[in-house]
Design a protein around this ligand. Structure first.
Ligand SMILES: NC(=O)c1ccc[n+]([C@@H]2O[C@H](COP(=O)([O-])OP(=O)(O)OC[C@H]3O[C@@H](n4cnc5c(N)ncnc54)[C@H](OP(=O)(O)O)[C@@H]3O)[C@@H](O)[C@H]2O)c1
Length: 155
């Protein structure tokens, strides 16, 4: 299964100055529990921000640069990373940032979206998406965020 996972504020903000705009530990723990032992595809900045916490089995980082990482494999395109991810049985999570989400919206089967309560400013945003192509499978209210699972509608 290919799954987009993101936390966003009311205006679809996901990041501010290369960090999360909020501090919501229960949402962050929830995110980490969902990606545990799975494959995660993410942009280079996202990896550098979250790398120390990631409990994923496989971290595939997208970068045009030549940096190498001890706990991740670097790919120069999302397409190549997805091909590698699909060789393994684990779920594939697209964990941001903005361009990775935009690309993943075309291929993902599901979206795990945490809507953080409150207003936050930022400089990175989840892309707008066509809600007619997705249906809500579940919606769970937590004190600081709402967790929504979307499934792609069968065409
Ligand atoms: N709220 C959330 O759920 C969430 C999730 C993830 C991230 N974030 C936030 O989002 C921000 C980071 O996201 P971002 O969108 O700025 O950056 P990003 O996607 O994490 O990283 C951008 C970098 O990824 C590489 N890249 C992206 N698309 C590529 C492509 N098509 N081909 C080759 N390389 C590509 C490039 O790396 P090189 O420069 O090395 O070439 C680019 O500079 C931070 O503020 C972070 O906190 C939030």
């Amino acid at each position: 299964m290919k799954i987009i996972i993101a936390a966003m504020g009311a205006n679809r903000v996901i990041g501010a100055g290369n960090r999360l705009p909020w501090r919501v530990p229960e949402e962050y723990s929830h995110f980490l529990s969902l990606i545990t032992a799975q494959t995660v595809i993410m942009g280079r900045k996202t990896y550098e921000i979250f790398s120390k916490d990631l409990p994923s089995k496989r971290n595939l980082v997208i970068s045009r640069g030549h940096k190498q990482y001890a706990r991740a494999t670097v790919f120069s395109s999302i397409d190549e990373a997805l091909k590698e991810a699909e060789r393994h049985p684990e779920d594939i999570f697209f964990a941001g940032g903005a361009t990775i989400y935009e690309w993943a919206l075309e291929v993902a089967d599901k979206m795990y979206l945490s809507l953080i309560k409150g207003e936050y400013h930022g400089d990175a945003f989840f892309p707008p998406f066509d809600k007619t192509k997705w249906e809500i499978q579940s919606r769970v209210d937590h004190p600081a965020f709402q967790f929504i699972v979307y499934s792609r509608k069968k065409s």
